[in-house]
Design a protein around this ligand. Structure first.
Ligand SMILES: Cc1cc2nc3c(=O)[nH]c(=O)nc-3n(C[C@H](O)[C@H](O)[C@H](O)COP(=O)(O)O)c2cc1C
Length: 179
């Protein structure tokens, strides 16, 4: 079974990457894992032209296809996102917008292989869980329209830098036991 871990932050070596690294360490005995960062890819914003509603294809040719190939290869998808202004980072939102050719609200649309399970992890610096909930909901909304089953979630508050992740390792390990 293959697991795709996505760093939804543009920071390749920050707190989000640190959480990905712990999850990878915990599940790599059970899954063939691949870790990617949204910032590894070069892609444009959705133009909102809706051509894909009629054709299931995007008018723009760029790295979106490469990311979606990774999605299609995976049996489970784990998105780890920091809060940027109380929501997912713009880079990850821009990616989701470009997934409209795969969205099930219009016909025709492209489809990923069925049976995938999706996990959502949110982190933030502030103390309240409500913001993590919002981020998890954004990720799960995306999963829903791609028929990725919403399977597990974790919210981590009071994390700003990667140094703040180590004291939370046990929470992350407990979450990994559910994967
Ligand atoms: C542009 C920006 C906006 C942020 N907005 C929020 C916010 O609204 N609420 C919050 O709790 N933390 C916020 N943070 C803090 C991040 O969620 C936190 O530092 C996280 O650990 C960053 O992970 P990263 O370094 O992997 O991107 C923000 C950070 C940045 C850079």
């Amino acid at each position: 079974m293959k697991a795709l871990l996505i760093n939804c932050s543009p920071v390749r070596t920050g707190a989000t990457a640190e959480i990905i690294s712990i999850i990878n360490e915990e599940i790599s005995g059970r899954y063939e894992t691949k870790c990617i960062c949204i910032d590894d890819y070069d892609f444009a914003y959705c133009k909102g032209c809706r051509s894909c509603h009629k054709t299931a294809n995007c008018v723009i040719e760029d790295d979106i296809r490469k990311i979606m190939d990774e999605f299609d290869e995976a049996d489970i998808i784990i998105s780890v996102s920091p809060s940027y202004w109380a929501d997912i980072p713009g880079q990850y939102k821009a990616f989701i917008d470009r997934c409209t050719p795969w969205c099930d609200t219009h016909e025709p649309h492209k489809s990923l292989k069925e049976g995938k399970k999706g996990y959502a992890v949110a982190l933030r610096t502030g103390p309240g869980m409500h913001e993590c909930e919002r981020i998890i909901q954004s990720i799960e909304h995306f999963y829903g329209h791609l028929h990725i089953e919403k399977t597990g979630r974790l919210g981590l508050t009071s994390i700003e830098y990667k140094e703040n992740v180590a004291p939370r390792k046990q929470e992350i390990i407990e979450f990994c036991r559910t994967i």
